[in-house]
Ligand binder design. Structure first.
Ligand SMILES: [Ca+2]
Ligand SMILES: [Ca+2]
Length: 127
């Protein structure tokens, strides 16, 4: 159980950019608060920064991300394969291609084991 915290590298930025592109509905390359909310809602992550998050924002966010992560982890092995990530995003209504997911997965996969574990998944939503 490591609780590594990742500093924001160029790669993180690329990942965030990929998510933004997926959520950027009007294609103006800016992610409005509404678009972000809608995007996260599709993952079942609601009101990330709203009232109920005020008391324990970090813990609350992690709990929500944990639920989204478990939802996507179809074989329940505790990590997301590229396919699971792809299916999860598609099911969330985010229209990504296999090659985009592949790029995203590579960026997210900090330890290079080919799978996205929970910490790596959480890092995607950290700014
Ligand atoms: Ca899995
Ligand atoms: Ca990994």
């Amino acid at each position: 159980m490591s609780s590594k915290s990742y500093s924001c590298t160029m790669e993180d930025r690329a990942v965030i950019a990929a998510i933004f592109i997926a959520m950027d509905e009007d294609g103006d390359h800016r992610l409005s608060r509404e678009e972000l909310k809608k995007g996260l809602d599709r993952f079942g992550i609601k009101d990330l920064s709203d009232t109920d998050a005020e008391a324990h924002p970090a813990a609350d966010k992690r709990a929500k991300l944990r639920r989204a992560f478990n939802e996507m982890d179809k074989d329940k092995n505790g990590s997301l394969s590229e396919d699971e990530l792809y299916e999860g995003l598609r099911q969330a209504g985010i229209n990504v291609s296999k090659s985009e997911v592949s790029k995203l997965a590579t960026n997210l996969d900090k330890d290079g084991d080919g799978k996205i574990d929970f910490e790596e998944f959480v890092a995607m939503f950290d700014e």
